[in-house]
Design a protein around this ligand. Structure first.
Ligand code: ARG
Length: 484
């Protein structure tokens, strides 16, 4: 195509076509209004490709320089919002190439030597996603840091631990928060895994079968930072696979979905804890909204939306995985549909994580370097709730086991004691010693240590348990592995 032919591609692709596309079909097939978001990756990929073409003697140094200059100009135009994106030119790749050809003439037309949009777009998406994964990994580390900070301030705050949302055993609020730190730590690990498989170079696969030009794919990979920890270039090793599979994007959406599921679980707890019936925590007003009719309301909109947006992210995972299913090798235009879901997953996840860092940990005070104004904890309400529901019944059973009873008998004995306490409308720890002794003669005064909330916590002093001593070990471990 001559440069003005490229400009008017809409009229017909080439001499082969006898009629232009209708306006509707043009809009239906175009992607430029969403894939222009890939422009930086497209320019970076093209610069790396041109550098290699010149190094291999496939294009001249003069052409290489014109391409560099033209792409530099395009970069400036896009950044300044002055680039004229044309629907007629279908996608980000053809838009940039057409402009380059306007600016650099034949040199611009030589850039596509040994390349196809098929390996170009696969490269662009991988480059773009890799950088987004790095941002997300940073945010996951920040969220863990915020949770560890709040945990550290609440080691001695006790709330009821639940199973089936029924009071089960007392736990430290710090221990509860650190459970989420574990989840987000695994999410970060998964992101790291996905990054490794995303950061591989399809360029050089060309349309599907490879290329006849003596390309140096490893050089391109190194230029683009597609290397492993040892600096070894990471290449897609099969051209058909390189241009067509989007499993890295699916994997990413899967890791993002799990992260959102964890955010959603935390959101559900925040929503419960903020309700009048619990009253365990408050979040800053800027994360809540009022009601247009009920003046007393402060609604936890942010956690609710995060819970809701989890469905949206999981939905995008379903879109991508269904998009891939049934595609024969190699590239099919179906894959153009990978972008909008993927972009939305990235945007939703980043926004959610940013908001949660601030909502949980508070805003960073540049003077102190510390976060301030995160969630407010009502320790009294938590502890009062833990006093109800016989949270230390297991501790009494364990006490009897230490006195020589088989666990099953101890379990039965305590069940009777709970029944008695229920009829007296009091906690086990409020029953007089003489009454407790009626259930078993081995019960002595020291039983009250194990019936207290703090005694119960302290007793769970094995790795992973809720004893404050264990929590301190875990906090130190997290501080050690988290940046900053
Ligand atoms: N816009 C296309 C996409 O996103 C670029 C690749 C087009 N390749 C092709 N043979 N039509 O997938």
């Amino acid at each position: 195509m001559s440069s003005n032919q490229l400009d008017k591609k809409s009229e017909a692709w080439s001499a082969l076509f006898s009629e232009p596309m209708s306006e509707l079909v043009k809009r239906y097939t175009a992607s430029v209004f969403f894939d222009q978001r890939l422009w930086q990756a497209d320019v970076t990929g093209s610069l790396a490709h041109a550098d290699m073409l010149a190094a291999q003697g496939i294009i001249s140094d003069a052409d290489h320089q014109s391409i560099q200059k033209g792409l530099g100009q395009i970069q400036k135009e896009i950044e300044a919002g002055q680039f004229d994106w044309k629907l007629d030119l279908e996608d980000v790749h053809l838009n940039i190439e057409a402009r380059l050809t306007q600016l650099a003439g034949d040199a611009g037309k030589r850039l596509h030597t040994g390349r196809s949009r098929n390996d170009q777009v696969a490269t662009d998406v991988r480059l773009w996603l890799r950088d987004e994964i790095d941002v997300i990994s940073g945010l996951l580390a920040e969220l863990q840091g915020a949770l560890v900070d709040v945990a550290e301030q609440n080691i001695d705050v006790i709330l009821p631990g639940f199973t089936h949302l029924q009071v089960a055993q007392p736990v430290s609020f710090a221990h509860h928060l650190l459970a989420y730190v574990e989840m987000f730590a695994r999410d970060a690990e998964r992101m790291g895994d996905v990054r490794r498989r995303t950061n591989r170079l399809p360029l050089g696969s060309a349309a599907l079968a490879g290329t006849t030009y003596p390309l140096d794919r490893e050089r391109v990979a190194r230029t683009l930072g597609m290397v492993d920890d040892q600096g070894v270039a990471q290449l897609c090793q099969n051209s058909l696979d390189g241009v067509s599979d989007r499993d890295f994007a699916i994997e990413f959406c899967s890791a993002a979905s799990l992260t959102m599921v964890h955010v959603s679980r935390l959101s559900e707890e925040l929503i419960l804890w903020m309700s009048q019936n619990f009253g365990f925590v408050r979040i800053a007003d800027r994360f809540t909204t009022g009601s247009s009719i009920m003046p007393q309301k402060k609604n936890p909109d942010v956690p609710e939306l995060a819970r809701g947006k989890t469905g949206r992210v999981v939905g995008h995972l379903m879109s991508l995985i269904t998009l891939m299913k049934g595609q024969p090798l190699a590239y099919n235009k179906d894959n153009q549909e990978d972008k909008e879901p993927l972009f939305d997953v990235v945007d939703t996840l980043k926004d959610t994580l940013r908001i949660f860092v601030e909502m949980i940990g508070g805003e960073l005070n540049p003077a102190s370097g510390k976060r301030e104004g995160g969630i407010t904890v009502n320790a009294q309400a938590m502890e009062a709730a833990a006093q109800k529901g016989f949270a230390t019944a297991t501790d009494l059973a364990d006490y009897l086991v230490k006195k020589g009873l088989p666990f099953r008998d101890a379990h039965e004995t305590v069940a009777k004691a709970v029944k008695a306490a229920t009829s007296h409308n009091c906690d086990l720890s409020e029953l007089p010693l003489s009454v407790l002794q009626e259930f078993h003669p081995s019960i002595e005064k020291d039983v009250f240590d194990c019936l207290s909330l703090r005694g119960s916590l302290n007793a769970r002093n094995t790795l992973g348990g809720t004893a404050p001593a264990q929590i301190k070990i875990q906090i130190a471990r997290h501080r050690d592995r988290l940046p900053g």
